[in-house]
Structure formats: structure tokens, C-alpha cells
Design a binder for this molecule. Structure first.
Ligand code: DC
Length: 208
């Protein structure tokens, strides 16, 4: 079984993906971390503007060395969105994601193009969204709790820029697959999102 979850920045799809994977005993891959890791390599090397360097970083990526905590910062998200707009970077990360999805026990992948490009035959596809303001509020609280000195306005501006870039790019833009189930989390808690998602999944595949 493969569950594909897509949605814009800070829509809660990462947390949801983790919860669903735990509940169903599936492996989970937050694919945003792949683009973030490529961006982190480029930022460290001062090569963010160098497309060839970002493609090389994508080819060299090792899933076992990903450090989610170190990759979660806002600066990394913005840089990840920049490298993710390059078709050759996406191509370099394609096989790794497909192999993950093909794990014998089944998998949950979340990102922007999972239901459309990486796993078009996924058992269940969810498209998770919320208003930019609500997503910015959630991300702002998360950053503030970690002691980051960003303002709500800066977080909202960053989300709007990333939404525009992730949805407007020509390579695998963020969009809802025709057969993806829509989950608007604007008025839901984390728990509410999880229980709604499980209802949608059960309705789609029968008892779980
Ligand atoms: O989900 P996230 O915020 O961690 O993702 C960071 C960036 O990576 C996001 O702005 C766009 C890009 N991304 C992508 O293009 N495709 C994916 N499947 C996942 C992330």
C-alpha cells in the first residue's frame, strides 16, 4: 500500500504522514527533506546559484544521513524551493523516491508531486491544504517555540513566495491530482486532521 500526501508549505502534511505511517505500520518519507538536504549542501558550499552543483548534491544524497532537525529552518525551506524548481535536481531524486515507495511493507510519502509524478498509482492520495494565514501562524508558532526571532509577517511572506514558486514552476508543480482526496485543515487541530485523514483512507480502501 502506498499513501501519497501532497500540499503546500506548512499545511501539516509531514506530521500527518508520520502519524498515518505509525498507525498503519508503513515506512514514511518526508520528501521535502530531500530538497532541503540538497539546499543545505549548496548553502554550506556557497553554490546555491550553481545548477550543476545542486544536481551533483542530489545525486550524492544518502537517505541514512538526513537530519530532519537540522533541515527544518525557514532559510532551508526557501533554498529547497529554489533547487526544487530545477528539473535535473528532481530527476536526480526520482529513483530514490520510487524505491522508497516500493518498500515491501508499504509506504507513506509526502511532498508536492507524490500523487502526480512520483506515485501516480498510489493506493490513496490526499491533498492537504489550509489558508496561507493559518499555515503561517502554525509555522510561526513552531519557529518561535524553537527560539527563532522571525516575525509572523516574515513567515507569511515566505509562505506566499514559496507557494508561488512551488505552484508556478514548470517542473512537477504543486497541484492536486485528479483522484486526490481534498483535506482542508484550516479549521482542524493536528488530532482532527489525523482523524479526518484516517476516515478518508478507510472509506477508500475499506477497513484498516
Ligand atoms: O515540504 P517542505 O516545506 O519541507 O519542502 C521544501 C521545499 O521542497 C518546497 O518549498 C518545495 C520542495 N519540494 C518539492 O518540490 N517536491 C517535493 N516532493 C517536496 C518538496
Amino acid at each position: 500500500m502506498v499513501i501519497a500526501i501532497d500540499g503546500p508549505a506548512a499545511s501539516g502534511k509531514g506530521t500527518l504522514g508520520r502519524r498515518i505511517a505509525e498507525a498503519l505500520g508503513l515506512s514514511h518519507l518526508d520528501t521535502g527533506l530531500l530538497y532541503r538536504a540538497v539546499a543545505a549542501r549548496c548553502l554550506a558550499d556557497g553554490t546555491l546559484a550553481d545548477e550543476a552543483a545542486s544536481v551533483a548534491a542530489a545525486h550524492a544524497l544518502d537517505l541514512s544521513t538526513l537530519d530532519p532537525e537540522a533541515l527544518r529552518g525557514g532559510e532551508m525551506g526557501e533554498a529547497a524551493s529554489v533547487v526544487a524548481a530545477r528539473p535535473a535536481v528532481r530527476a536526480a531524486l526520482f529513483d530514490l523516491q520510487r524505491r522508497f515507495a516500493a518498500r515491501p511493507g508499504g509506504a507513506v510519502l509526502d511532498g508536492r508531486d507524490i500523487g502526480t509524478v512520483i506515485c501516480p498509482d498510489a493506493t490513496v492520495k490526499l491533498f492537504v491544504t489550509a489558508t496561507p494565514e493559518v499555515r503561517a501562524e502554525r509555522r510561526y508558532r513552531e519557529l518561535a517555540a524553537r527560539g527563532a526571532g522571525t516575525s509572523f509577517e516574515d513567515v507569511l511572506a515566505d509562505i506566499r513566495v514559496r507557494d508561488a514558486r512551488d505552484s508556478g514552476r514548470s517542473a512537477a508543480p504543486l497541484m492536486r491530482a485528479d483522484d486526490a482526496l481534498l483535506l482542508d485543515t484550516t479549521h482542524l487541530t493536528v488530532e482532527g486532521v489525523f482523524s479526518e485523514a484516517m476516515k478518508l483512507i478507510r472509506a477508500k480502501i475499506g477497513k484498516v
